[in-house]
Design a protein around this ligand. Structure first.
Ligand SMILES: NC(=O)c1ccc[n+]([C@@H]2O[C@H](COP(=O)([O-])OP(=O)(O)OC[C@H]3O[C@@H](n4cnc5c(N)ncnc54)[C@H](OP(=O)(O)O)[C@@H]3O)[C@@H](O)[C@H]2O)c1
Length: 349
């Protein structure tokens, strides 16, 4: 179980969050402002209205420690300006809708790949020390363009450590899968459709990991604190079967099988088998080591890690931690969604 640790390491420092107005960016900003006294958070994104709304959601005292930069990650000069005095970057901006990527592929290349390289170059030029970039399960053995652009981004950040030379900048990557309860994801969809008595199932064999936004944010902050540079962090989280989820949410509902959608996988993959050889296991997470000779064999041993067995692979189908009906019901009831609260109340949870 990933938990938040004290954020003392961020005191008296500036943290820039690209995509700071997105769901992860807003959650991270709130955590950082709530758990530090002096840290300044710089938001870097394109839409002024999202920034305006975000600013209003903080207290006047917290707003003193917030800066809003309008900017595009495609614009390296603007990034350099925003990075003045910044020591930590969390790179969370991305285009991420799978169908939109298929229809507008080069827009995804520009934001997710060229934007990543701009962040890397600007971070090195500005003597930023720690950069954590967000990845996704879709980047592991990608089958759609969104995943392919995020895989390129991951590789750029890992290799960024070679670019930084004698500069202090280090880059690491955090990877996780769909955040439960996020817009367009299966839980809000089932909670809305249960009243019609039908919960469409794409494939009865389908499995998914369960990660909350809070856990994702905690992993990012832990990585920012502990990173060596070049490694890719993957949380240990439970899995669920889609058929179990449907039964728990709407036991009285019909569950017609409608078929898997284009660009969708049967199981979420976080660590493909070919990365398993490079993977180190810790109590709460895995780390995929880079193949750099300088990275060293002993770092993970000193931190309490152990190499994974030959043939290791981490997907939502071969997990050792599965959510049974009782845990699923408890975790749905804990979601910060009005429909989930209504569902839990009806069931007396
Ligand atoms: N949500 C998930 O389930 C999930 C799962 C795994 C990984 N991830 C990864 O986690 C990261 C954060 O995801 P999220 O859910 O927080 O995304 P989100 O809610 O869609 O937010 C995306 C953010 O990026 C900004 N942005 C988009 N294009 C930009 C550009 N060209 N330049 C600057 N900013 C730009 C957006 O603001 P503007 O539009 O105003 O610029 C927004 O602030 C992404 O890298 C994503 O791939 C997400």
């Amino acid at each position: 179980m990933i938990t938040m640790r004290p954020l003392d390491f961020l005191e008296k420092n500036r943290v820039l969050i690209t995509g700071g107005t997105g769901s992860l960016g807003k959650k991270l900003t709130r955590i950082i402002l709530d758990h530090t006294a002096t840290t300044v958070v710089v938001i870097y994104s394109r839409d002024e209205y999202k920034q305006f709304e975000m600013e209003l959601s903080f207290t006047p005292a917290q707003r003193q420690r917030l800066r809003f930069f309008l900017g595009d990650v495609r614009d390296g000069d603007r990034l350099r300006r925003a990075l003045d005095g910044v020591r930590f970057i969390i790179h969370a901006s991305a285009l991420k809708q799978v169908p939109a990527a298929e229809y507008n592929p080069f827009e995804f290349v520009k934001t997710n790949i060229l934007g990543a390289q701009n962040v890397i170059d600007a971070a090195i030029d500005s003597d930023v020390t720690h950069v954590v970039a967000l990845s996704t399960d879709k980047a592991a053995n990608p089958i759609n363009l969104y995943g392919a652009t995020k895989l390129c981004s991951d590789k750029l950040f890992v290799s960024g450590n070679s670019y930084s030379g004698r500069r202090p900048t280090r880059f690491s990557v955090v990877r996780y899968g769909n955040v439960v309860g996020s817009r367009g994801s299966v839980i809000p969809f089932f909670l809305a459709r249960r009243r019609e008595g039908v919960l469409p199932i794409t494939d009865p064999r389908m499995t998914r990991f369960w990660i909350t936004l809070e856990q994702g944010a905690a992993l990012v902050l832990n990585a920012l604190q502990d990173m060596k540079g070049g490694e890719l962090w993957v949380p240990k989280i439970p899995s669920m079967r889609i058929t179990d989820l449907a039964r728990v949410i709407g036991p009285e509902c019909q569950t017609p099988v409608v078929g898997i959608r284009p660009g969708e996988k049967l199981h979420e993959v976080m660590i493909p088998v070919d990365d398993g050889r490079q993977t180190i296991e810790f109590n709460t997470h895995f780390i995929i080591r880079p193949a750099f000779p300088w990275w060293g064999e002993n770092w993970h041993m000193e931190k309490g890690g152990r190499p994974c067995p030959d043939g290791f692979y981490y997907g939502s189908d071969n997990n050792t931690d599965w959510l049974d009906d009782a845990r699923l019901a408890r975790m749905i009831a804990d979601l910060d969604l009005p429909e989930a609260q209504a569902w839990a109340k009806e069931r007396g949870i």
